[in-house]
Design a protein around this ligand. Structure first.
Ligand code: MN
Length: 430
C-alpha cells in the first residue's frame, strides 16, 4: 500500500477541522484467556490516518496555524520483540509513518494536556473505549488546572464528524483495495459452491472460504462467515456452521474478506446438490427480482431508504402472489406484512468497516459518487410456518452484492459471481 495516502488523508482531516487538536487511539487488545490475546485488528479511524497496525498507540493531529502530527507508540524492546515481532518505535514513527514528533506511549498522559492546550476545539472519538475517554478527560482536567483560561479547549467534537464523511466516500486507493477484497471473496464463494456437492458439514464450506481468503493474501475475514444450510439459512447470523448438509438443502453463504483494511460483504444462496427445487427456485427468483429493483434505485442523490423501498415493493408483491401474505399491495406495505419473511434492511454502507460509517446529519445521507453500499434483499420462511405449503418451510434466500455509486448510477463490484439461478446450476454442474 502506498503510504502517501495517509499523509493526504491527514491533510484533508486538518482542512475539515479548520483548527483544533484531534486525539485518536489504536484499538484495545482483548485477552482471550490467560496470556493469550484475541487476534488484533487496528481501529479503522486510526488506521485510516496512519497505516499503523500496532496496539498501544495514539495520535494527535493539530490543525490551524501550526499543524503537527504527533504519534505515540511502544518503544523498541529487544526482549519483547523476540516474542511479538518488531515494533515501530519512536524513530520509525517519524521515519516510516511520517510523524513530525513521536513519543513513547507511556508519555501520553504527561504530554497530552500541553498538546491540547491553546486549541478551542478538541476532537476525540467519544464513548467507544472508556479508558480512552478517561485519558482525554484527564488531559482536559489537567489543562484547566495548568493553563490559562484562554488556552483551554471549550468545544468537544466527535472525531467521526470530520473522519466519517471522508471514509464514506471512497478514494481511488480505497477502491483498489476494496475491489481486491471483492475479487478474492468472489473466488472464495465459487470455491465453496464447487465444494458443496462433495461436502458433508457447513464448516467444510467455511474452511473453503477461509482458505481462499488467506491464500490470496487477505488479512482476515471481515466478519464471521455465515454458512447456513436448510433451515439454518433462515437464521440471519448463523455462525456456528456445524450442521450436516442434507441432500435438497439450500445453502446460504454470507462471507467477505478484508484486504488492506477494506471489507467485502457478499451473499449467495445455492442448492447443495446443484439443482433448485421448484419451490426454492420461486423464492430465489423473487429475491433476485427484488435485488434488480433495488439496483435500479441506486444513483447519486438517492438514499438507503429508496433502495430499501424498491426491494420491499417487489418482495411484498411476490409474497402476495405466492399467497404468503394478504394484499392489497399498499396495505401490505403500510402494515409491514412482509416483515415476517423479510425482517432486515436491503443494504448498508461498506468500507473499512463491514457496516461502514456515514455522515450524521439527522436525515438519511444522499448518495454521492464514491459511496459503496450492499444490496441484499432476502426472504426467510420460518421452518414452523404452517400458514404456507410445506415445500416452502425452512427456505431462506439472500442475495447480496456490493455496489459503487458512480456519477450517473452504480457499478456492481461483485457481478463476477453469478446470481442467475440457471447460471448457478450450470456452474455447479461443471
Ligand atoms: Mn451485508
Amino acid at each position: 500500500m502506498d503510504r502517501s495516502v495517509f499523509g493526504r488523508r491527514r491533510q484533508l482531516v486538518r482542512d475539515a477541522m479548520g483548527q483544533g487538536a484531534l486525539v485518536l487511539f489504536s484499538a484495545p487488545e482483548f485477552i482471550r484467556n490467560g496470556d493469550v490475546h484475541h487476534e488484533y485488528r487496528q481501529d479503522s479511524d486510526f488506521f485510516y490516518l496512519t497505516g499503523l497496525d500496532e496496539p498501544q498507540s495514539a495520535l494527535v493531529i493539530i490543525a490551524g496555524a501550526n499543524p503537527k502530527f504527533v504519534l505515540f507508540v511502544r518503544e523498541r524492546d529487544e526482549a519483547r520483540e523476540i516474542w511479538d515481532g518488531p515494533r515501530t518505535g519512536t524513530v520509525g514513527a517519524r521515519e516510516v509513518f511520517g510523524a513530525d514528533e513521536s513519543h513513547c506511549i507511556d508519555e501520553l498522559a504527561k504530554l497530552l494536556p500541553r498538546l491540547i492546550s491553546g486549541h478551542s476545539r478538541l476532537y476525540h472519538r467519544f464513548a467507544v473505549v472508556d479508558a480512552h475517554d478517561g485519558v482525554v478527560m484527564a488531559a482536559l482536567r489537567e489543562a484547566r488546572v495548568r493553563h490559562r483560561r484562554e488556552l483551554q479547549p471549550t468545544e468537544m467534537i466527535d472525531a467521526g464528524a470530520v473522519l466519517h464523511p471522508m471514509r464514506w466516500r471512497k478514494s481511488e486507493s480505497e477502491l483498489t483495495s476494496l475491489r481486491r477484497a471483492i475479487e478474492i471473496t468472489g473466488d472464495a464463494h465459487l470455491a465453496a459452491m464447487r465444494a458443496a456437492p462433495r461436502s458433508s458439514y457447513e464448516y467444510e464450506l467455511e474452511a473453503e472460504l477461509r482458505r481462499v481468503f488467506r491464500a490470496a493474501g487477505s488479512e482476515r475475514s471481515a466478519y464471521a462467515p455465515i454458512v447456513g444450510s436448510g433451515p439454518n439459512a433462515t437464521i440471519l447470523h448463523h455462525i456456528r456452521n456445524d450442521r450436516k448438509i442434507e441432500d435438497g438443502d439450500l445453502v446460504l453463504i454470507d462471507a467477505g474478506c478484508e484486504y488492506e483494511y477494506c471489507a467485502a460483504d457478499i451473499t449467495r444462496t445455492f442448492p447443495a446438490n446443484g439443482k433448485f427445487t421448484d419451490a426454492q427456485r420461486r423464492i430465489y427468483d423473487l429475491v433476485l427480482r427484488a435485488q434488480h429493483a433495488a439496483f435500479d434505485a441506486i444513483k447519486p442523490g438517492a438514499t438507503l431508504d429508496d433502495v430499501h423501498a424498491a426491494s420491499l415493493h417487489t418482495i411484498t408483491e411476490g409474497l402476495i402472489e405466492l399467497g404468503f401474505i394478504e394484499g392489497p399491495l399498499e396495505l401490505a406495505l403500510s402494515e409491514a406484512r412482509y416483515a415476517k419473511y423479510f425482517m432486515h434492511r436491503t443494504g448498508h454502507y461498506l468500507g473499512m468497516d463491514v457496516h461502514d460509517v456515514a455522515p450524521v446529519t439527522g436525515k438519511p445521507a444522499t448518495f454521492a459518487p464514491g459511496v459503496v453500499i450492499t444490496v441484499e434483499p432476502g426472504v426467510y420462511v420460518p421452518n414452523n410456518d404452517d400458514t404456507v405449503p410445506a415445500e416452502y418451510r425452512g427456505i431462506g434466500v439472500r442475495i447480496e452484492d456490493d455496489a459503487l455509486v458512480t456519477d450517473h448510477g452504480y457499478e456492481n463490484l461483485s457481478k463476477a459471481i453469478p446470481t442467475d439461478a440457471s447460471e448457478i446450476e450450470t456452474l455447479m454442474a461443471s
